[in-house]
Design a protein. Structure first.
Length: 323
């Protein structure tokens, strides 16, 4: 007898496990070992000097400040939001091993303004950092919105269950301040140490503040129809945050991490007025050099005749406002 369904059966869930609607080729269980045995990772700098800044004044629309990796502070008239907050020294199930940060967060933790909402896109350690989530709860006690199955991780970090909302793709939550958040599809996967693969959903988030819209893409590989459909269903965002790093070697990474050329395609598929790069330069997760993603992004923008000011790479602590 089949196990009872835990989640709604859909084009991305069989009731217990999640999957991509366009599943990638199965690389087999030994793919990670093959990558580690054959990779020739570039040497990253041990430390990149960053001088944290105070949060900027919010003057309308959406003010986005890149803190590090996929962590943005989004200041809006409907409240302050953190995306995939990571303030720990390492992204790892243990504090003494794993990828170490190469630069300090662009805003120091205790300089953050009041945080009203955390958006948690999926369970990977470079996005779901339980020590950081515990600090945020103790300091700010905000609400959290996350895809299906990730609520227990937030509860493990001390969050009150009533402050956690889990969403399936295309479901929306309206906050008490009238901020609307919709979970959007992404082409990725989920897993943590001592947990079954793909038992938690992954997503992006589309935000509507009344003044402006934003799309936090989350971790994703490129899909030729997914982002066009998001635009058709939700509209072109004023601001998009798109990953550009952790993409080499392509034989292993291409299904779940877009490269800079594909990030530019996502920018155009979404019809974003302004896009900001993320998911690069903080933790060495894959084989490319630290500066390779922004360099490749510049080349991809030129090749596609896209103005460089339409897709920006911010320094840690630098801000941009929705167009």
């Amino acid at each position: 007898m089949a196990a009872p369904a835990i989640y709604p059966v859909s084009d991305h869930c069989d009731g217990a496990r999640f999957f991509n609607p366009r599943p990638p080729p199965d690389l087999g269980r030994h793919a990670v070992l093959r990558w580690k045995l054959t990779s020739r990772p570039a040497r990253w700098p041990g430390n990149v000097p960053v001088f944290p800044v105070k949060p900027p004044a919010h003057t309308g629309g959406i003010t986005a400040t890149w803190i590090n990796h996929s962590t943005f502070l989004l200041q809006t008239a409907r409240g302050n939001i953190l995306t995939d907050p990571v303030y720990s020294e390492r992204t790892s199930p243990v504090s003494w091993a794993g990828p170490r940060r190469t630069h300090a967060p662009g805003i120091a933790f205790y300089d953050l303004p009041r945080i009203d909402l955390v958006l948690l896109s999926h369970d990977h350690y470079d996005h779901c950092d339980l020590p950081t989530l515990a600090r945020i709860w103790k300091t700010h006690a905000p609400a959290a919105i996350t895809p299906l199955g990730n609520g227990p991780l937030l509860r493990a970090a001390g969050w009150a269950p009533e402050k956690i909302t889990e969403l399936d793709w295309w479901e929306s939550q309206l906050t008490p301040s009238d901020l609307r958040v919709t979970a959007t599809p992404a082409h990725h996967w989920s897993n943590r140490l001592r947990s079954a693969r793909n038992r938690r959903l992954w997503s992006g988030f589309f935000l509507e503040t009344g003044e402006a819209t934003a799309h936090f893409v989350g971790d994703t590989g490129y899909d030729p129809s997914m982002f066009v459909f998001i635009r058709t269903r939700l509209g072109a965002p004023d601001l998009a945050m798109i990953p550009i790093g952790a993409y080499e070697p392509r034989w292993f990474m291409e299904n779940h991490h877009c490269n800079p050329e594909e990030a530019v395609r996502i920018h155009h598929d979404l019809g974003s007025r302004l896009s900001l790069a993320m998911h690069w330069g903080t933790f060495q997760l894959t084989d490319e050099a630290r500066e390779a993603p922004p360099q490749a992004l510049t080349a991809a923008l030129a090749h596609s005749n896209t103005p460089t000011n339409a897709f920006r790479v911010l320094s840690p602590g630098e801000s941009a406002r929705s167009a």
